[in-house]
Design a protein around this ligand. Structure first.
Ligand code: NAD
Length: 219
């Protein structure tokens, strides 16, 4: 689809700028730009995309409710009270929330959920590598993948140079090794998924969805 009208909360941030740049390649129009102490609106968006901070969510939800528009939410570190707000909003409009909008990571999650059981008597571990500015270790994504495996495996975290994000799951027995690896090359890994999610909301009346629901819809 060409000509999506959307809004961004966290417009000046790294993800906000990346989403704006990527969506522009399709001729989409950013008609609402919100950040700390700035708000600019030229039209009513069809969907609001929020990659900012949990503290922004209350106002974002208000905006969506006021205009009866969908929400795609990528902000991390949400608490239960935020999820409550989202579930309430989802009774009125479509909401897609995910801590990781990368298509590859979401496919990897499905693979791990389905196939980890075949390695039940093998050793398993994960190595995750990120740039030196990353504050948390292990990464939220690594913990999510381990959770999908339903196995308490060791995670080794390396922080070197400018590596954008690598997660490798390793299975090994005495005679062989199987490695499954995902590398994010740039923030584009997320903005591609965000656009899929934004288009997905246009086909829905209301409801609370994950990025996996978006992927399943396109199968
Ligand atoms: P960033 O710090 O570069 O940008 C955040 C932006 O939000 C800043 O411009 C900031 O001024 C703005 N902001 C903060 N509080 C606000 C408020 N109350 N109202 C309006 N704007 C506000 O961070 P980033 O790397 O762009 O990441 C933003 C969020 O997205 C983080 O929570 C990050 O963890 C998350 N993230 C999620 C995914 C995903 O796939 N779900 C991917 C990357 C980043």
């Amino acid at each position: 689809m060409i000509g999506l009208k959307y809004g961004i909360v966290g417009f000046r941030g790294k993800m906000g700028r990346e989403i704006f740049e990527y969506f522009s390649t399709f001729g989409d129009e950013c008609v609402l730009k919100k950040d700390v102490d700035s708000f600019e609106q030229t039209d009513t968006p069809q969907v609001i995309i929020d990659f900012s901070s949990p503290s922004a969510l209350e106002e974002t939800v208000k905006l969506c409710r006021e205009h009866k528009i969908a929400l795609v939410l990528g902000t991390t570190a949400l608490e239960e009270r935020h999820f409550e707000m989202l579930r309430e909003l989802a009774n009125e409009v479509p909401v897609v929330q995910s801590y990781n909008f990368s298509t590859g990571i979401n496919i990897l999650r499905k693979i791990l959920r389905e196939y980890t059981r075949y390695f039940s008597d093998w050793d398993a571990a994960m190595v995750e590598i990120h740039h030196t500015q990353k504050k948390d270790a292990p990464s939220g994504t690594a913990k999510m993948l381990r959770n999908d495996m339903n196995r308490d495996i060791p995670i080794s975290s390396l922080r070197i140079g400018g590596v954008f994000g690598e997660h490798t799951v390793i299975f090994s027995n005495a005679g062989e090794v199987v490695e499954i690896k995902h590398s994010a090359l740039s923030r584009r890994a997320f903005s591609i998924g965000v656009r899929h999610a934004a288009l997905f909301t246009l086909k829905k009346q209301k409801g609370f969805y994950s990025y996996e629901d978006v992927l399943n819809e396109n199968l």
